[in-house]
Design a protein around this ligand. Structure first.
Ligand code: IMP
Ligand code: MG
Length: 179
């Protein structure tokens, strides 16, 4: 375990198993269809890479960079598109791949914006869900794990851009984010 972690919340093995299950579920739900999988950079990269290998469909990739207004570890009500999807999504089955649903602000606003482009369908796939922190109504269509109200890192998730490469999901030692 990384020395900055207080504990491991979800092991590498448990993540891999769950990602396979989600991939199989998506494969079965979209049988005979094409899907555009849109990863939200940077947090979803690791999850995205593992998930796509487990989706047996006609898949295309795209990516977005979004930023919630304000900084720090809590997000506000608006979302700004820093890098947009590089193709029209009208008439397409779109799957948004995200790392975590926390307050719900990012995905709720993003979903509202993307729906105005008339996709055939739009669903949210999130590795993690922290429902205790929700400020707006927002539910993922595919969720890997529900996590408690703790700041988690690893498997793509960062603290100050660090720890994204950890193969498991853990909770940081308090001294790391209070110093
Ligand atoms: P929301 O808009 O509050 O739902 O937050 C979405 C973004 O906040 C996520 O995409 C993450 O980048 C970040 N975030 C929220 N909770 C955590 C956490 O526990 N660890 C790392 N990043 C987090
Ligand atoms: Mg982040």
């Amino acid at each position: 375990m990384h020395e900055d972690l207080a504990k491991i919340l979800i092991s590498k093995e448990d993540i891999e198993k769950r990602v396979k299950e989600i991939g199989a579920q998506i494969t079965s739900d979209y049988q005979g269809e094409s899907v555009l999988m849109v990863g939200i950079l940077r947090g979803a990269v690791v999850f995205f890479s593992e998930l796509v290998k487990n989706v047996d469909l006609d898949v295309r990739f795209d990516f977005m960079v979004v930023s919630s207004y304000g900084s720090g570890s809590t997000s506000s009500g608006e979302v700004r598109i820093i890098k947009d999807i590089s193709q029209p999504i009208e008439g397409k089955n779109v799957l948004i791949i995200e790392d975590i649903i926390d307050t719900g602000n990012t995905l709720k606003n993003l979903k509202r914006m993307l729906l105005t482009r008339n996709p055939k369908s739009l669903k949210i796939v999130s590795l993690l869900d922290k429902p205790s922190r929700r400020k707006v109504e927002m539910e993922g269509d595919y969720v890997g794990f529900v996590v408690p109200n703790e700041f988690v890192v690893g498997y793509g998730l960062d603290y100050d851009e660090k720890y994204r490469n950890l193969p498991e999901i853990g909770v940081l030692k308090e001294e790391i984010y209070t110093k």
